[in-house]
Design a protein around this ligand. Structure first.
Ligand code: 1GP
Length: 250
């Protein structure tokens, strides 16, 4: 896909469904064989995109294999979710071109982006300009990204960052509690961000049941990212229940 096809696709999905499900594949955890089958099942139950990456996925060769392999079997877009420049690989449709805005290390705010941008262009990846905000502490994303985690009970801080992201022209905000997080981003925080942020709002980290997913979507999320639930053997049937619930629950 070239131009802004993926962004247009996601927006058209959002007209049909109240909220979208994105499934995260960590190429470091899942091998190609299991991932290829998984993404087909995930597409069948109505997921709108596959994200590949994560803060600890650093093996570019493996990631590249996984991206190429899974793309063959599905129509929904494959979107890179890089934790570093090593997360930029060919053959995906798009990339969450993210700035970890609340990092204490400028490398994760602008430098990795500068180092990765030429490859994004070379590989023809559609950049989705994303403010990546790490909420809470103690997760890999928080540690690796040197994030000054926004406290779960400070929704106004998340809203201020999201508003800044909007003023900076970022069309996506990702509120990240971290992979396998014990607590998810609160509906209160999502609601507070939603009030000021007009763009595409992604929420992820620790989501594994219908009740939590529904509450986050009702608060205003446009897409939920789920990864660990499947990595830990969660069933496709249960994921389908989550997908169905969020697609109709706004
Ligand atoms: C992590 O937000 C994603 O970067 C997904 O989180 O793995 O906890 O589902 P989980």
């Amino acid at each position: 896909m070239t131009g802004n096809k993926v962004e247009t696709f996601l927006k058209s999905e959002l007209k049909k469904k109240n909220a979208l499900l994105f499934v995260l594949i960590d190429s470091e955890v899942s091998n190609l064989e299991s991932s290829s089958k998984l993404v087909k099942d995930v597409e069948k139950i109505g997921a709108s995109a596959i994200l590949v990456g994560g803060s600890s996925a650093t093996d570019q060769i493996e990631m590249s294999k996984v991206v190429r392999g899974i793309k063959k079997g599905i129509k929904i877009p494959v979107i890179l979710f890089p934790g570093n420049v090593t997360g930029v690989v060919p053959d995906a449709d798009a990339i969450l071109f993210s700035s970890l805005m609340n990092s204490e290390n400028p490398y994760f705010i602008t430098q990795a982006q500068a180092l990765g941008a030429p490859s994004v262009l070379k590989f023809g990846l559609e950049p989705l300009p994303t403010a990546y905000l790490v909420i809470g502490e103690g997760t890999s994303a928080w540690f690796v990204g040197s994030a000054k985690g926004i406290p779960f009970d400070k929704p106004k801080i998340a809203a201020a960052y999201s508003l800044a992201a909007q003023f900076l022209g970022m069309r996506f905000v990702y509120l990240e509690a971290g992979s396998g997080a014990k607590s998810t981003v609160t509906p209160e925080m999502v609601k507070t961000v939603r009030k000021v942020y007009d763009g595409f709002l992604i929420v992820g980290g620790g989501i594994r049941d219908v009740k939590t997913a529904t509450a986050i979507v009702k608060a205003g999320a446009d897409a939920l990212v789920i990864g660990t639930f499947l990595e830990k053997g969660g069933s496709i049937k249960k994921l389908e229940e989550i997908a169905k619930a969020i697609q109709r629950s706004k």
